[in-house]
Design a protein around this ligand. Structure first.
Ligand code: NAD
Length: 360
């Protein structure tokens, strides 16, 4: 859990600040805007663990040459519906957005576009890339591998990351009708780091110490210990699936070869992404798809509920609701994040908005 400050910062102000910081770090204008959009969008949806708190580390990694601000991305292999791209240590936010745009163009022509990306870096909230396809009228899937933090069931060695799966289905406006966006750990690595910083215990069953025994102590989980996959062997199985598509197939690192964002500063991350776009109109008419999709949505939403339970939600609905609230009333940034951004902005000669100073 994070400390929430008041007052909140308007999303436009935060986006402007992050864009200017990232530009000063050397990114081209359009790329700086894309990165700022991706990070602020996560905070707007309440996904604080993948929001602007990452800016100082991104700038640090850029200075160390672990993330390149002007990468020379190259197509390594290509056919009508497939491409494999070397991202040249681009910011993952940029590499994955471009790769999904390529997948969308291929799907437009052939019905399916699948793009594998190697030599990339952290891409934050995966929904961003799956939704790019949904906004183009396509079903989108985005996968990434992450540094090894999870053992196999009963294991005592970190084998695979919390490898996020993000899946979006076109809706009527900008928002997807369905947007499943999840890491495969019971909790994210960032929430364990946060609990350690604040001296808070973890919930039961989300982490293990370095000998594989369950622990609620975040320090033990971080000191050679592990995050546990959600759903036991099933979550682990999904992590293997993602590792095959985003690691093995792409040519990127596998398991511990993928550098940790907050631990490994002596080597590039070499994470991989897998982006898939399916153009609905190649499978059936858009009208048929919409009507069948709406049937599924109402089937779920109209379902009977247990006493005291709230309404049935579709994946993504909770985040879209938070987004609407935060567009209206601002983003309640954690105090440390606001303070870190203010310090970084001053170091880089970027003006700090008063609302961020108030939040710090
Ligand atoms: N880049 C990386 O390496 C990496 C790694 C792990 C996670 N992530 C990102 O972290 C973010 C958070 O992941 P998470 O696993 O903590 O997500 P989460 O557990 O908060 O949510 C997972 C999904 O469940 C849905 N959901 C939540 N409550 C629901 C309900 N009551 N009914 C129906 N659906 C519901 C959400 O809308 C979401 O789609 C994601 O954006 C993910 O992409 C990134």
């Amino acid at each position: 859990m994070t400390t929430i400050s008041a007052p909140a910062v308007a999303h436009g102000e935060l986006r402007g600040l992050v864009t200017r910081i990232v530009e000063r770090a050397g990114f081209r204008d359009a790329d700086a805007r894309e990165i700022a959009d991706a990070l602020v969008e996560a905070d707007l949806r309440g996904i604080v663990s993948h929001g602007v708190m990452h800016v100082p580390n991104l700038v640090k990694r850029t200075k160390l040459g672990l993330v390149r601000t002007t990468p020379d991305m190259k197509v390594l292999a290509e056919s009508a519906s497939v491409a494999r791209i070397d991202a040249d240590r681009a910011a993952g936010f940029i590499a994955a957005a471009r790769a999904m745009d390529t997948a969308i163009a291929k799907a437009r022509a052939t019905g399916v576009g699948a793009v594998a990306v190697t030599n990339s870096t952290h891409y934050g909230m995966g929904a961003r890339y799956a939704e790019r396809a949904a906004r183009a009228g396509m079903i989108g899937l985005a996968l990434a591998n992450a540094t090894a933090t999870m053992p196999s069931p009963g294991g005592a060695r970190a084998l695979l990351g919390t490898n996020p799966i993000s899946f979006a289905v076109p809706g009527e406006g900008d928002a997807a009708a369905i947007c499943l966006d999840m890491g495969l750990g019971q909790v994210t690595l960032n929430s364990v780091r946060d609990a350690a910083k604040r001296g808070r215990a973890l919930p039961e069953g989300v982490a293990a110490a370095n000998d594989g025994t369950p622990t609620t102590d975040p320090a033990k989980a971080l000191d050679g210990g592990f995050l546990l996959p959600f759903g036991g062997h099933k979550g682990f199985g999904l992590a293997v699936l993602v590792e095959v598509l985003a690691g093995v197939l792409t040519g990127a690192g596998i398991g511990r070869d993928v550098g940790s964002l907050f631990v490994d500063y002596d080597r590039a991350q070499n994470t991989g992404h897998f982006l898939l776009a399916l153009d609905v109109s190649h499978f059936c008419s858009l009208e048929q798809f919409r009507s069948r999709r709406d049937f599924l949505v109402s089937w779920i939403q109209a379902s009977p509920r247990a006493a005291g339970a709230g309404p049935a939600l579709l994946p993504g609905q909770r985040e879209y609701q938070t987004r609407r609230e935060r567009i209206a009333s601002g983003i309640p940034l954690p105090k440390e994040t606001a303070a870190d951004l203010a310090v970084l902005a001053e170091e880089l000669g970027v003006a700090v908005p008063q609302s961020l100073r108030d939040a710090a």
